[in-house]
Write a protein that binds this ligand. Sequence first.
Ligand SMILES: Cc1ncc(COP(=O)(O)O)c(C=O)c1O
Length: 389
Amino acid sequence: MIPLAKPYLSDQEITSVASVIRSGWITQGPKVAEFEKAFAQYVGANHAVAVSNCTSGLHLALMALGIKENDEVITVSHSYIATANSIRHCGAIPLFVDIESDTFNINPLKVEASISDKTKAILCVHQMGMPCDIGTLLKISEKHNLPLIEDAACAVGSQYYLNEKWEQIGKPHGDIAVFSFHPRKIITTGDGGMITTNSKSLFEKFQLLRQHSMSISDLIRHKEKSVIFESYNELGYNYRLTDIQAAIGLVQLDRLDDIVEKRRKLADLYKKFLNGVKGIQLPEERTNTRTNWQSYCVRFDDSLSVHQIMQQLLEVGISSRRGILCAHLEPAYEVEPWTWYGKEEGKQVDLKESENARNHCIILPLFPEMKVQEIKFVCDSLIKILSNN
Ligand SMILES: Cc1ncc(COP(=O)(O)O)c(C=O)c1O
């Protein structure tokens, strides 16, 4: 069976975890601080704050910006459900706009058209690692004085060409970026997340909120020579990453460039073997973006059944997944806590590109240890299936 994804782990991660276990400090402590420092340096951000996962990080990002009940946050429906959920966790309303068909990312033109008095932030997603049109989104957020949050769950190691140089996603370009270290992402800590920002005040807020708003951390109290008491001055959360996870993360971060290079070579092979095949459209980078190919997502002609193609792949031992879901089509969004541009005027919801991408795409296997013969086998199998359809 060729799996869809496989984390790239080695004995180095095991050794690193063993040393943390032997140290006696296993929850958020010195390793988390080391991981944060290394991560901030890698992406070029002033600050990084480790959290339990990307969803909790997005929740903190929105809360720290003061997003509250009935505020609207512009985002995409076409994303993992966590993106929209993080807005609802604040009691706020996701205002969904459509995506661009080539990048699967938020359409900046639709963002601008959707802004109203109720809009309090923009939450863009670098979907499947493909950077979104940050340059245009930044101009819109500046013009309308709206904070920009980047859901960079999938995008560590992806780059954007800005100011005449390649910059890492997470620098961040908006106010805040949030990453995921779930095993299907580029680097993993089992579960885990990282927030990056250049704002000192946001950084300090994140540090407090992720640990119950404890005024003096356990690490500091542990090192003190005199007794000090902490206080809890506002409602906080337990969104900590552990030192055990950070020990894995540090090793993974060291291997990130190698992982991205491997993924990019494998994606090139998909392109080589599937180029020009009838009925299938391949993903493309724009000239100002470099993706980490977190997912290799192909689109089929409308007449083809995605379900049938996936079933036939499964029967020859190839795992695949449907394209990215649309939150507004999931049962949890059946009753509308979400909205869309034009609702007041009674216009039809226009999330056509999102729905098309959801219905006609599949994600093919891609992981650093994947062999050339395996890519060839996936492509040959797909070509055979398509020729019989
Ligand atoms: C775009 C996007 N946002 C958020 C998340 C949530 O990440 P986590 O599982 O770390 O909370 C994911 C995970 O798949 C994702 O793909």
